[in-house]
Design a protein around this ligand. Sequence first.
Ligand code: 5GP
Length: 190
Amino acid sequence: MASGKLIVFSAPSGSGKTTIVRHLLSETNLPLDFSISAASREPRVGEIHGKDYYFLSAADFKAKVDGDAFLEWEEVYKDNFYGTLKSEITRIWAEGKHVIFDIDVVGGLNIKKQFPKETLAIFVQPPSLEEMERRLRGRATETEEKIKMRVAKAAQEMDFAKKFDTVLINNDLSVAKQDAYNMVSEFIKK
Ligand code: 5GP
């Protein structure tokens, strides 16, 4: 495959998108590989450099911005930079696979704009903001202040849903996983 497809999963955090993306990656009959983003935040317990993210210092991140290494990048939260490296797309397409992304809504739409035909942009919608807050608390990886910040951002992000190719409602995780599988396998056949 000279060039493949791009499958973007975007959503407010706490929507379950990371779980859905991991599920699709574990489906051996879908030829997908994960676009490992660069991020300037601290790794959470269990996260691995070069698998979950390329964890960079803010200075190293800025050097890559200056070097034009990113397809898109953003300050998703104050002082926390995240970005998609151009080299991830070439790496994965060279493997003969399609690229799957777990990125925020602005980044997701940015990729869709740059590759309109190749991209399927999926917005994962949590059942409600209350449920999302409950999930974030259940994850117990963030401080109270950070949870509040994420919920506030999520409320804004919900407005973006209509700009995506499709909305995946995550009420029931096993249904959402199956729906996601169907959407992706249809799209990569085209
Ligand atoms: P987290 O800190 O929870 O891993 O990620 C915070 C937010 O940043 C999530 O919405 C995540 O999808 C998003 N994100 C991760 N990587 C990228 C990226 O490369 N670009 C953009 N724009 N957002 C990203």
